[in-house]
Design a protein around this ligand. Structure first.
Ligand code: PLP
Length: 376
């Protein structure tokens, strides 16, 4: 059997990794400034993470959601405290798309309505309603196009007011900092207006924090950079498990649960909880959210030394460098000549930088030196 050929691959085969370093089968060691699509949050093979997963595996790796799993309770408690979201309840699943899928479904159950408002250049995953809310016709099959979704430009208050007042909208889904799209953000005034109009119109506000959440933006959640934003639902995945497949939906306590409303076989299993708890413990004990916030300023200082960089976008360690040329070739040269992984975006002029949150200034010096060599 062959693999279903959907990924254009770089010719690199990693076999081991540690911290920000990834070593391939030829013995070459790369610096990872991409974290495998913003997934590696506490660094590859963090010793606490390995130990917690190993210990858990020695005890029990999985049982279904029909039994008690105290690790889920421990996780919800720790997550609530660290994120300052104690007035939410947690539902655990396995991926970002699944988190958004459940969030959208729950909003529809709760409001009895079915249309979704999403935003231009947004990305929410590749499953049923999540992909329909994603602004990319190429990945929306006819099946997905049956969903009722209206995609609006960010910051267009008039268009938003017109759509949300039609009385058929169940939810508005927004990435506080767009990931795949290219690091655009709503203005504070627009985000505030969106939140207020959601309340007025009995529409649930879903903050998709799959990429910008879990500390990456320099606060636990991206929306916490904005004053007065209180989403009804928050979705998480990616950095949450540092590579272990896990996702979550934080549901405001005003939204009622009932048996059978949502469900999953694998979600919240013992290993997924151990991985997420390890990530939370390391974020906390190593002050990694503060580190992400501090390093953003240093990154911006270093970027200012390079004339080809037109703009720095993003926050914390969710950053993008905008050039006046397409960056695909530059990314290839960074991998093959400088042994350094970076990311691209839907906006082809943006080079994305999404390293583990425990990097330091020396790593950023190395990154900018490599960039300077390739731009010379
Ligand atoms: C903001 C956002 N939401 C959802 C997803 C989908 O996550 P997953 O690939 O885990 O399904 C992604 C993935 O890139 C994302 O960036």
């Amino acid at each position: 059997m062959n693999l279903f050929d959907v990924y254009p691959l770089y010719n690199v085969t990693p076999v081991s990794a540690n911290g920000i370093l990834v070593t391939d089968d030829q013995g070459k060691t790369y610096h990872d400034f991409y974290g495998g699509h913003a997934v590696i949050s506490i660094g590859h093979s963090h010793p606490h993470y390995i130990q917690r997963l190993k210990d858990q595996l020695d005890k029990i790796g999985f049982y279904s959601n029909s039994i008690k799993n105290p690790l889920q309770v421990e996780l919800a408690t720790k997550l609530g405290a660290l994120s300052n979201c104690e007035d939410y309840n947690l539902f655990l699943i396995n991926s970002g798309a699944e988190a958004n899928e459940n969030a959208l479904k729950l909003a529809s159950f709760h409001t009895g309505k079915s249309r979704i408002i999403a935003f231009k250049n947004g990305f929410h995953g590749r499953t049923s309603a999540a992909v329909a809310a994603t602004d990319n016709p190429k990945i929306n099959a006819p099946l997905n196009q049956q969903q009722k979704v209206t995609i609006l430009p960010l910051d267009d208050v008039q268009a938003f007011e017109k759509e949300i007042s039609k009385n058929d909208v169940c939810s508005v889904i927004i990435e506080t900092i767009q990931g795949v799209g290219g690091l655009d953000e709503p203005s504070a005034a627009f985000y505030k207006k969106v939140a207020a109009l959601c309340k007025e119109n009995n529409v649930l506000l879903i903050a998709d924090e799959v990429q910008c959440g879990f500390g990456r933006s320099g606060k636990f959640f991206g929306f916490q950079h904005y004053e007065g934003i209180k989403p009804d639902i928050i979705t998480i995945a990616k950095g949450m498990g540092n590579g272990f497949p896990v996702g979550g939906v934080l549901i405001h306590e005003s939204i009622e649960a009932s048996y059978g409303l949502l469900g999953t076989t694998f979600g919240g299993n013992h290993l997924a909880c151990a991985a997420t708890l390890a990530v939370l413990e390391v974020l906390d004990s190593e002050n990694l959210i503060e580190n992400a916030a501090t390093l953003e300023s240093y990154f911006r200082e270093k970027a200012a030394e390079i004339p080809q960089i037109k703009r720095v976008k993003g926050r914390g360690l969710m950053l993008g460098l905008e050039f006046d040329f397409e960056v695909a070739d530059l990314r290839k040269r960074l991998i093959h000549n400088q042994l350094l992984f970076t990311g691209g975006a839907k906006d082809k002029y943006i080079l994305r930088v999404l390293p583990a949150l425990n990097i330091n200034k020396e790593h950023l010096d190395l990154f900018f030196n490599a960039l300077k060599v390739e731009l010379a």
